[in-house]
Each structure stands twice: as structure tokens, then as C-alpha cells.
Design a protein around this ligand. Sequence first.
Ligand code: TYD
Length: 141
Amino acid sequence: MDIERIHFQQHGDHGGQLVSLEQERNVPFEIRRVYYIFATQPDVHRGRHAHRHLRQLAVAVRGSVTVLLDDGTGPVEVVLDDPSQGLLLGDMVWRELYGFSADCVLMVLADQFYDPADYITDYDEFLREANGYRRMEGAVA
Ligand code: TYD
């Protein structure tokens, strides 16, 4: 599955901690967009979509959230609860977000501007496209 956990260098001392994110250095793409999710209501589920062409890096800068990821071969659950770690997501990964702590602030860096046409919001349509995508990837490998 096109996902990876990235551990950022932490610059810490008695005054606190600092993490720096830099394009093409510890963020492996050109950063075109940053958005963040906060003030989520209890028991809310977000996401429930995939993107055809989008790389994203998600960091729980505060609190925690569970992310379900699925490339069409079955789901994997990942907990984000550490501001010194990021979750890198590639193309064609179905994601659902839930279990937000009340204080959660989830920051996401993306390599593309917001484009509603890039969303796949129907899971069956995602499976159809993901199966074709994996066949294509296999053909060029
Ligand atoms: P959405 O992607 O549906 O959020 P989630 O998957 O976390 O539930 O986006 C929620 C709303 O915010 C929707 O109206 C689109 C808007 N939005 C933007 O305007 N720009 C963005 O970069 C993103 C991610 C969403």
C-alpha cells in the first residue's frame, strides 16, 4: 500500500520541542496546500474517499485520530498521536478518519491544490478504479 510513516527530527530543549517541515527535504513533494481539521464533534467520521492523483502528509499536531486506509486489498488502521510523526499517503488510497480526540488538530500538507474532481467518494467505484490501477502498476513494474 502506498503509505509510509515518517519520523521527523525534533529540536528539543528545556524550552520545548520544534519540528520543521521542508519541501523536498523531509516532505517528499512540492507543497501546494496546507489544511487542518479541528473542533471535530464526538464520534464523527470524516474522509470516506480516495484521491486519484494526490500526495498528502498528515500530522496530528495535537491530540489523536485513527485513520483507516485501504488500497483495495483490505483495510489497515493507523493511529496518529505524535506531532513528530507524519503519515504519507499516495494515490488511490481510500481513507476514513474517526476516533478524534476532542483536542485533535490534524494538519495535512498536499502536493496539489484542492480539486473536487480528484475525489472518489463511492467505495465501489474506488474498488473498480483501484483494481485497474494495480494492474497498470504491475504492468509497468
Ligand atoms: P472534505 O475533503 O470533504 O473533508 P473530509 O474528507 O475531512 O470530511 O472537505 C470538507 C469541506 O472543506 C468541503 O466543503 C470541501 C472543503 N475543502 C476545501 O475547500 N479545501 C480543501 O483543501 C479541503 C481538503 C476541503
